[in-house]
Design a protein around this ligand. Sequence first.
Ligand code: PMM
Length: 276
Amino acid sequence: MTLLPQPGRCAVVGVLNVTPDSFSDGGRYLGHDDAVGHGVALWTEGADLVDVGGESTRPGAERVDADSEIARVVPVIRDLVSAGVLVSVDTTRARVAEAAVAAGAAVINDVSGGLADPDMVSVAADTGVPWILMHWRGHSRDMQTLADYVDVVAEVRAELSAQVDAALRAGVRAEAIALDPGLGFAKTGAHNWALLRDLDALLELGFPVLVGASRKRFLGRLLAGEDGTPRSPSGREDATAAISALVAAAGAWGVRVHDVRRSLDAVAVAAAMTGG
Ligand code: PMM
């Protein structure tokens, strides 16, 4: 059993970045009202969870300090929760996660899987909310230099297993844990495709698996024009929906996407085809 929402099909998690510099929606929802409005819109479209982040994790991004991150996300989370929206907080910082849960966030989405902040594990254990552990090898500024694997699937699985063990040892309940392969985080396009191809290797660990492929660079490169120019983020939506359908059919618990409506359709197709 998991403590995460179980909509009876692959869950669709809507992305709400309250940042000036995220790769596809940076700056669009930095104003409080724009952010809350977009979060409510994602929920109304049918998102099962709205993931609110205050720090860009795009490759090369500089960090913001914890107080700025809290100032960006907590007021937005509070208003979304009052509007009845189920919210996760996308942060690697224990202090931000704690403040977000106090404001009503129901899930911690930690792209560092507990590695960036040694206090995160105790916040996860103490709050008891579901904790999404993503595979991570280092902060965005230099993560692409860490994309070095002999067998990416085996190494991602082993590194996530070690994080799960640390979480369980610290008192996090197994039902609160979910995993994410971390597409694009210290990974090349080839690594992302290998992880998608062999999602079973992660599913076999027995935890819900979230996949975040939405609008990412490797899709831009897949869909590059004849001159090699990558397709722009807004032109990657159909490919994103295709991945949503395929990973839903493969057994993923959820997909984290910018365009909720398209992925809801995609996972409905998968559910109908697989009979689940
Ligand atoms: N990707 C981004 C941010 N947060 N969280 C999880 N669990 N998985 C991801 O793949 C993930 C994430 C980066 O994408 P964005 O800038 O569009 O939010």
